[in-house]
Design a protein around this ligand. Structure first.
Ligand code: BES
Ligand code: ZN
Length: 644
């Protein structure tokens, strides 16, 4: 047995080396590589192929974690977590070390099966953090690490009471994706390494803690909360939020958490969560995680949403009051299949998480709101893709417009662009259109079932796609040419064209206004927010103050409760230096920490010498409200301008 597994390991290592080699030569990617890995998989314990993840120090083929038991104390005064992380580990024969990822952590003590261990903490790598080396033997079963977080923990955002809705209690939330989990838990921080977890979190008595796990629905008197995540997850899905929270159920399996003053608005906004969950299950199979709840965080949350399993984290900027922005819920829910169940093996394969999710989101929205609605979403996606490709190409980063990324020596955050989302979506849409919806759905169902709780990479997927779908539909491989989408830059000519009547109406109205029809005479009855987006996007870049006045007076853009429309309007405000809307612009930038909204507005302000001082002044005021993820992006933009 010993000899057998050693031999497998040798074969495995050479395969890893080979795939490393092919990763540098995408054109030469051979089907044999992935096939042989799959074969090995079916004959030994390794459940999935593990292509090398360049963003971790862990060597999972040698030694990996399988379960985490976390004891955590949340200290708001010192903005510090102190913890004891105990891992169940699986060590291969003849391996004497296990490697974990850490960043900005103080490691106080390490024990292996109850014996103090001589651990080593390496110097910091600028992208990866510090490698934690722990000596082990073949027999080692448990590794216990006592540690503290620091004030630079990039995953954590500590909010003062004034930064919350209630203004009375502090708030803490984590954001672990892509590689920030290591700043609050020493771990093997790779999407290809899954583990189950239990946790006990101690918080101030008047607050409640929730995690990406089985959650409490009520505060208790002790301030001690216990959690259990029975399905294995990668570290980027570890999540914690602490605050003055309330829970309100929506359906049998769904509910929302929020601060007391937000809870009823949230429950109203997300009333369709249960319907979405049912639609998703009808499409692609049973929901694998038990409950599906959502927490509305304070506005500084840097993303729209984060698919933490069992508990989506969401920005309050989608509380429009009219349920118009709930496609974000469909998106995060869809990740329960694409991403959380079938996970991208490395961040170079990020499109497998996000492209599939945008496609799945679109299908859920079609089920719940109809074809018209889904078409508009697809068109927004197309516009985002077009402008992203144009911007990236002119910024000299055309290479990153390939679906398969090369993030060597870079932070995976560099790969978070609309390429993964929208180009990924359109490739899947093209496959659907070419083979027919029925066949594609059967294929996706099989894919989600066969890869459940496993990882996959781009090459694996291509092989699987060919074997299980394209080879059965004559000519489809040539029609689609997926390799062009994946390994080449830009937008392929065979991108599906989406037709939408509502879109056409918006474009016609914008044209008519450009041709001289006064805003007051445009027919905008019953427009959805997407139509307003299309309209704004179709206007000329350059608008006079008079024109801005006319538009705002008639359509009240600067007062809209729909943050997607407001965000688009404020881009125009910044571009045209429309000072009348500066109070709204400032208020928005100071209160909202969602990077997707901040970046385009700051980008306009920074692009013009005249408005750079305003950008800097607002940024100084707003910075305490921004999470690291958002502030670092804006600082990069400012620094780039100064370099020039
Ligand atoms: N998983 C992402 C957010 C993310 C990606 C965080 C990469 C860190 C690194 C999430 O599912 C997402 O895509 N959020 C979008 C939502 C939108 C596409 C509906 C967002 O935040 O805007
Ligand atoms: Zn997503």
């Amino acid at each position: 047995m010993q000899h057998f597994s050693l031999q497998l390991k040798t074969i495995f290592s050479s395969l890893v080396l080979f795939s490393l080699f092919t990763a540098c030569n995408p054109e030469k990617k051979s089907i044999e590589t992935t096939d042989s890995i799959t074969e090995i998989d079916s004959t030994n314990q390794m459940t999935t192929s593990t292509p090398t993840d360049i963003h971790t120090f862990a060597m999972p083929e040698d030694a990996k974690i399988t379960h985490l038991d976390l004891k955590l104390n949340v200290d708001f005064e010192n903005k510090m977590l102190s913890g004891i992380a105990t891992y169940d580990v699986e060590i291969q024969n003849n391996i004497d070390k296990i490697y974990l990822d850490t960043r900005s952590l103080t490691i106080e003590n390490v024990e292996v099966d109850g014996q103090k261990a001589n651990f080593e903490l390496a110097t910091e790598d600028k992208n990866l953090g510090q490698k934690l080396t722990i000596p082990v033997t073949d027999e080692s079963k448990k590794v216990t690490i006592t540690y503290k977080t620091s004030s630079d923990a990039e995953a954590l955002q500590w909010l003062s009471p004034s930064q919350t809705a209630g203004k009375k209690s502090p708030f803490l939330f984590t954001q672990s994706q892509a590689i920030l989990a290591r700043t609050w838990v020493p771990t093997q921080d790779s999407p290809g390494i899954r583990f189950t977890y239990t946790a006990e979190v101690t918080v101030p008595k008047d607050l409640m803690a929730v995690m990406s796990a089985e959650n409490p629905q009520q505060k208790n008197d002790s301030g001690i909360y216990s959690f259990k995540m029975e399905q294995p997850i990668p570290a980027y899905l570890l999540a914690l939020a602490v605050g003055d929270l309330r829970f309100q159920p929506i359906g049998e399996r769904t509910g929302v958490y929020a601060e007391p003053s937000v809870i009823s608005k949230a429950a109203y906004e997300f009333e369709e969560m249960d319907k979405m969950l049912e639609a998703a299950e009808t499409l692609y199979g049973k929901y694998a995680w038990g409950r599906y709840d959502l927490i509305v965080l304070p506005p500084s949350f840097p993303f729209g949403g984060m698919e933490n399993p069992r508990l989506t984290f969401a920005t309050p900027t989608i509380l429009a009051g009219d349920r118009s922005l709930t496609s974000l819920v469909a998106h995060e829910l869809a990740h329960s299949w694409s991403g959380n169940l079938v996970t991208n093996a490395t961040w170079n394969d990020f499109w497998l998480n996000e492209g599939f999710t945008v496609y799945f989101e679109n299908r859920i929205m079609e089920e719940v709101y109809g074809k018209d609605y889904a078409e508009m979403l697809a068109l927004i996606s197309y516009q985002d893709l077009k402008s992203e490709v144009a911007a990236m190409t002119s910024a000299g980063s055309a290479e990153d417009t390939k679906l398969k990324l090369d993030l060597t020596d870079r932070n995976p955050d560099d790969g978070v662009t609309s390429i993964a989302y929208d180009k990924g979506f359109y490739l899947l849409k093209l496959i659907e259109n070419t083979v027919g919806r029925e066949k594609f759905d059967t294929f996706l169902n099989k894919y989600f079932t066969e890869y459940a709780f496993k990882t996959t990479n781009t090459e694996d997927f291509l092989t699987y796609l060919d074997k299980n779908l394209l080879s059965q539909v004559e000519g489809s491989m040539e029609t689609i040419n997926p390799k062009k989408w994946i390994y080449e830059t830009g937008i392929p000519a065979n991108i599906p064209k989406i037709e939408s009547e509502r879109y056409d109406k918006s474009i016609a109205a914008a044209q008519s206004w450009k041709d001289g029809t006064p805003a007051a005479q445009l027919d905008t009855k019953d427009w959805t927010y997407q139509q307003w987006l299309f309209f704004l996007r179709a206007l000329p870049n350059q608008l006079s103050s008079q024109q801005m006045d006319e538009l705002d007076k008639k359509f009240k853009f600067s007062e809209t409760g729909n943050n997607e429309v407001l965000g688009e309007w404020l881009v125009k405000v910044a571009h045209n230096q429309y000072e009348k809307s500066y109070p709204q612009l400032r208020k928005f930038l100071v209160n909202v920490g969602r990077r997707k909204f901040l970046s385009p507005i700051y980008s306009e302000l920074i692009a013009n010498e005249k408005t750079i001082p305003l950008a800097k002044e607002i940024y100084e005021e707003a910075k305490p409200n921004y999470h690291f993820v958002a502030s670092s992006s804006i600082e990069k933009m400012l620094a780039k301008k100064e370099d020039k």
